[in-house]
Design a protein around this ligand. Structure first.
Ligand SMILES: Nc1nc2c(ncn2[C@@H]2O[C@H](COP(=O)(O)OP(=O)(O)OP(=O)(O)O)[C@@H](O)[C@H]2O)c(=O)[nH]1
Ligand SMILES: [Mg+2]
Length: 355
């Protein structure tokens, strides 16, 4: 970290500012009560642990007040220096960020200064996550992690206390993708969702497409098709065609084969609160394979992860099955929105990179 010293001192001079670590405001905009800082802190620790080139990270509100921070160096002078550098960056940049993005809640940008990168990101109305990183850190890695952590922090600030602070394997895989431009153009991917009845297929789609959740269970008869377009960058778009396949395995079997045809990828959705639900994954995969002979990316989606007291299927158990079949897995909650976008994002990258 000594090599970091000169840089940090240079930043201080550059900003010509007194660095004062600002305190948590008594009340965040549009929030009731205080957020669960321990959860946020644990997320930031996991972020620092995973990303080698990241030196420190802070979460601040839209006025630049620091809510939480974490640095790779634990405690002491060095740690204060790095967090101080972010604070100084925020002092100077917060007005620019505010004017550039105005009311926009989702953004990500990287500014290089001296020999460091500052990545700032927002995934909702409450906060901005800023990371200071070594220049060798890939922009992809910073982006994938920033968006993921910032999204989780928004959930916590919205009052959800049962958010997992573990970083899903899918995020690691995505962040280690080779740096480089995505192919340009408009891509269309047919994503099929299957799995037992009532596991949350329709709810995951509703969350992804409309950002809504319905407590009421209305079983899908046959199939429902919906669409959502996702902008990956200025040159690349993906149009998802989502085939939500009803989980009544017996009754619709002859029709289902036709629904699967031409699929680019699949989610096999399980309900983590139902004993033996994991065993159905093989059955549903076999069902897909009768119509799709090519190998397509498959993700086991462990849904209803918000129901912590009722969960009977652990991540470890899901991992074993996923590994056996060569799939990825992710734990989601259509109710809170946790990891829902990430699951679709993973498929988007897999599809575009292969196209
Ligand atoms: N707590 C909680 N409930 C959920 C979640 N996802 C879905 N549900 C509830 O579970 C029930 C079934 O959800 P659906 O999305 O209709 O399930 P489905 O897989 O589409 O079911 P079929 O169409 O019958 O195959 C509904 O009452 C939802 O509100 C979740 O992540 N957490
Ligand atoms: Mg359904």
């Amino acid at each position: 970290m000594t090599s970091c010293n000169n840089f940090l001192i240079a930043i201080f001079i550059f900003f010509k500012t007194n660095i004062i670590l600002r305190k948590l405001p008594t009340k965040l905009n549009s929030m009731e009560g205080l957020p669960n800082i321990d959860l946020i802190q644990s997320l930031l620790e996991n972020y620092m642990f995973d990303v080698d080139g990241a030196a420190a990270v802070t979460i601040c509100d839209r006025d630049g007040f620091i809510i939480a921070s974490e640095s790779k160096e634990k405690g002491g002078h060095e740690s204060n220096l790095v967090i101080g550098a972010i604070s100084a960056f925020l002092d100077v940049y917060i007005d620019r960020i505010k004017s550039e993005y105005k009311t926009q809640s989702n953004f990500f940008n990287i500014t290089s200064m001296q020999d460091k990168k500052f990545a700032y990101c927002s995934m909702g109305p409450h906060c901005i996550l800023t990371t200071i990183a070594d220049p060798t850190t890939s922009n992809t890695e910073l982006r994938i992690y920033s968006e993921y952590i910032a999204g989780k922090v928004e959930l916590i600030l919205d009052g959800f206390d049962n958010v997992s602070t573990d970083i899903p394997e899918i995020i690691r895989v995505l962040s280690k993708r080779k740096e480089g431009k995505l192919p340009k153009g408009q891509f269309t991917a047919k994503l099929i969702l299957n799995g037992d009845y009532g596991t949350g297929k329709t709810s995951l789609i509703k969350r992804f497409v409309d950002n809504e959740f319905n407590e009421k269970y209305i079983s899908t008869i046959g199939v429902e098709i919906s669409k959502k377009s996702v902008v990956m960058n200025e040159d690349t778009n993906i149009n998802f065609v989502l085939w939500d396949i009803g989980g009544q395995i017996g009754s619709m079997a002859p029709y289902r084969q036709r629904f699967y045809e031409g699929a680019s990828a699949a989610f096999i959705v399980i309900d983590r609160t139902r004993p033996n639900n994991l065993e159905s994954v093989k059955k549903w995969y076999k069902d897909i394979k009768t119509s799709v002979s090519r190998d397509i990316p498959v993700v086991i989606v462990g849904n209803k992860s918000d129901l912590q007291e009722e969960i009977v299927i652990s991540e470890e158990e899901i991992k074993v099955v996923a590994k056996q079949l060569g799939f990825h897995h992710i734990l989601t909650s259509a109710r809170t929105g946790e990891n829902v976008n990430e699951a679709f994002l993973y498929i988007a990258y897999r599809f575009i990179e292969k196209a």
